[in-house]
Design a protein around this ligand. Structure first.
Ligand SMILES: [Zn+2]
Length: 131
């Protein structure tokens, strides 16, 4: 096969002429392109591979294991092999922080109500002494 522009011999399958740079066999190049680009499966880099719903369930269960889960959570928080997993690990810290705040609030309320009961007991005892 020869280049239609300059006539130099070109190998079949080449898209551009090595001699003049003209585009070769534009018809053949077009047919290799699919008619519907949306139908083409896009190769997603492994870094951006989406996680399925069950993967999130699995990671949630993994993170909730005492000690081992915390180590896994730390690893996934800083490991960027899969950015979706890293984001989920980071969001899990927000859930842990929220749980910690709720726990602290409950403990504080518990101490406050206990000490109030003690104060009321002392006041009642004092009142009982003088009545
Ligand atoms: Zn040419």
């Amino acid at each position: 096969m020869n280049c239609p522009n300059c006539g130099a011999p070109v190998e079949t399958g080449e898209v551009f002429c090595k001699n003049c740079g003209a585009q070769l066999s534009s018809a053949a190049a077009k047919t290799t392109k699919p008619a519907n680009p949306a139908a083409v499966p896009v190769a997603i880099p492994s870094q951006y591979k989406p996680l399925g719903a069950w993967a999130y369930v699995g990671y949630s269960l993994l993170f909730s294991i005492p000690f081992v889960g915390l180590i896994c959570l730390l690893i996934f928080t800083f490991n960027d092999k899969n950015l979706n997993r890293r984001s989920y690990a980071r969001s899990y810290w927000c859930a842990l922080l929220l749980a910690l705040i709720i726990a602290i609030v409950l403990v504080v309320i518990g101490f406050a109500t206990n000490s109030m009961d003690e104060i009321m007991d002392v006041l009642n005892q004092i009142q009982a002494l003088y009545s």
